[in-house]
Design a protein around this ligand. Structure first.
Ligand code: PLP
Length: 389
């Protein structure tokens, strides 16, 4: 079939591929521990689910303005602005069906064919996919384990230039759980201003931060509001992955343009979903805090358990819900080890290379799973890897 070049480079997301293979093994009667998919294991919080169903019952099932209902845009502006220490008005907020759309639409709106886009490696695969669809040139910057998976600033300095149109940041980061330190933000912000580049700051894991680590938004640095698109959403914080609700914060002129892209692509975000989101933001937040505290307990059990397995070395992630252990001692590729753990160990994990070449030598394990299953996974991984040594 003859297809437009802009889609021929697209590949499935590793997590869905591994999930399908794990499910095929389950269909044969195997028990598999699922640490591959990155989503909360808890259901959508009750008050939020009820607000969504109430909205359907009240007939909030029709079109709404492309950039979102006013009440939600206002609540996002107030909440996000306060959390990030920036002054945001509702006209700078665009509501989208899932944060992924807030990666796609800004890339499409800002990147011309041939423009360079700096992107973290390893990083969320959608970044590269969307750069390709826009015709841009992805310039991957390694994230180094030695620096808590922050950008390698020497590599960044070599890569950034007047050809750089967009710099993608993700802190806390997928797949490493790394949080970018203040000095890295300042360095990147200075380069963005100097080269007149935009920053797309994926802050979807901002609320999932551990050990009281301070998570900043680059948008709060001087001169950055006017060149930053913040991408965030409800999927991870409020266990709403299937509701499809995300948002962006950006200068008003770009917000208007992206509103037009929305108008002519998806039309608008589901109306009742937005009422659920409104309750999520304006209702009690204690369940978010309790869930994050629980993730932190699971992180500690998983990371301590992985570090106790001979040959594995795992940093303690400061955010998100992923552990990213180093497996280079086994002298096998990440793909091979991930396959082996699934087939022989009954544990589904992702190879680091599902997130780019910089993920070679690592695995990604999601700890949004019950303590029992995490402990079972650790016993199985230990038994399987012992046979390799
Ligand atoms: N950004 C990162 C880093 C993610 O991990 C994800 C989800 O996996 C997204 C964005 C997209 O989230 P959403 O479900 O809101 O589209």
């Amino acid at each position: 079939m003859r297809l437009a070049e802009r889609v021929t480079h697209l590949a499935p997301e590793g997590a869905y591929e591994v999930l399908a293979r794990a499910q095929a093994l389950e269909a044969q009667g195997r028990d598999i521990v699922h640490l591959e998919i990155g989503q909360p294991d808890v259901p959508t919080f009750d008050n939020v689910a009820q607000a969504g169903t109430r909205a359907i019952q009240e007939g909030r099932t029709r079109y709404n303005p492309p950039s979102g209902i006013g009440a939600l845009r206002e609540a996002i502006a107030e909440d996000a602005g306060r959390r990030r220490g920036i002054d945001v008005g509702p006209s700078e907020v665009v509501v989208v069906p899932g944060a992924k759309a807030m990666l796609f639409f800004p890339t499409l709106s800002l990147v011309e064919p041939g423009d360079e886009v700096i992107t973290p490696d390893p990083g969320f695969p959608t970044y590269r996919a969307m750069i390709g669809v826009a015709g841009g040139v992805a310039v991957p910057i390694p994230l180094r384990e030695e620096t808590g998976f922050a950008f390698d600033l020497d590599a960044f300095d070599r890569a950034v230039s007047d050809r750089t149109r967009l710099i993608i940041l993700n802190s806390p980061g997928e797949p490493t759980g790394g949080v970018l330190p203040e000095a890295v933000f300042e360095h990147i912000a200075e380069a963005a201003r100097r080269h007149d580049a935009w920053v797309l700051s994926d802050e979807i894991y901002m609320r999932l931060a551990f050990d009281d680590v301070s998570v900043r938004s680059i948008a709060s640095l001087p001169g950055m509001r006017e060149r930053t698109v913040i991408c965030d959403g409800f999927s991870k914080t409020y266990a709403m992955t299937g509701w499809r609700l995300g948002f962006g914060i950006m200068p008003q002129a770009l917000a208007r343009r992206i509103g037009l892209v929305l108008t002519h692509s998806v039309g608008c975000t589901a109306t009742f979903t937005q009422y659920a989101g409104l309750e999520a933001l304006t209702g009690p937040q204690d369940q978010v805090d309790a869930t994050v505290a629980e993730y932190q307990r699971r992180r500690d059990v998983l990371v301590d358990g992985l570090n106790a397995i001979p040959g594995l070395r795992c940093q303690r992630p400061q955010g998100a819900f992923y552990a990213f252990p180093n497996i280079t001692a086994f002298d096998r590729t990440s793909d091979w080890v991930a396959d082996y753990l699934l087939e022989q160990g009954g544990v589904a994990v992702l190879p680091g290379t599902a997130f780019g070449g910089g993920g070679e030598g690592y695995l990604r394990l999601c700890f949004a799973n019950s303590m029992d299953r995490i402990e079972l996974a650790l016993r199985r991984i230990d038994a399987a890897l012992r046979k390799l040594r």
